[in-house]
Design a protein. Structure first.
Length: 193
């Protein structure tokens, strides 16, 4: 049932195999709780995108698929090219629960690597970042996801991806993705607001 609900979110697009594998991992009996503070797959439609625009073209351009943090921000694929049929190459954006839309990663593989950092995204109307885990730990404000080590194992063995484990590497990936797509994203959104 969960698989059907998740599949329905993708509006007919083929779901990247890494995401289907992650869904199987997420719903397995061995993983009854969170595995990363940075991502958790959704199984129901998110209405957050509609708070930015209700125009059909805008809504069709984004496929929300995961929670980005505990306050309601979400990740979505941005289909920035009408001919795109392979979501593995679509950039990932975060829609903030307090406003703001930001490019996070160039593709789903990068997002899964960033999720290995295990820190939730901070999304404001004019700012997006991941906090430094070491600082959070020093301040007693970091609690690792319960099944974090299992996620790292899954990432390495099933997804065949290298975990990103430092804030510097996370920031570099996000920065490169934003250089490639953020200005285009902002220009796109301006058409609808």
């Amino acid at each position: 049932m969960v698989k059907q609900e998740f599949t329905a979110l993708f509006k007919g697009y083929k779901i990247p195999k890494e995401l289907m594998n992650l869904l199987e991992f997420q719903v397995s009996e061995n993983i009854p709780s969170y595995y990363s503070n940075a991502i958790y797959l959704m199984t129901e439609e998110a209405s957050l995108i509609e708070s930015f625009s209700t125009e059909e073209e805008f809504l069709k351009a984004f496929i929300p698929f995961a929670e980005a943090n505990s306050t309601g921000s979400i990740y979505a694929f941005w289909i920035n090219n009408k001919e795109i049929d392979d979501l593995t190459q679509a950039p990932i954006v975060a829609f903030g629960d307090e406003g703001g839309v930001f490019v996070v990663a160039k593709n789903i593989q990068e997002l899964l690597q960033i999720a290995a950092y295990d820190v939730e995204a901070v999304v404001y109307e004019d700012e997006f970042y991941f906090q430094d885990k070491e600082v959070l730990e020093e301040e007693g404000e970091f609690t690792p996801a319960e099944f974090y080590s299992e996620y790292l194992d899954w990432l390495r063995s099933d997804a065949k991806l290298k975990p990103i484990l430092t804030i510097e590497d996370v920031d570099t990936l996000v920065e490169h993705a934003q250089i490639a797509y953020q200005e285009k994203l902002e220009q796109y959104i301006k058409q609808f607001v």
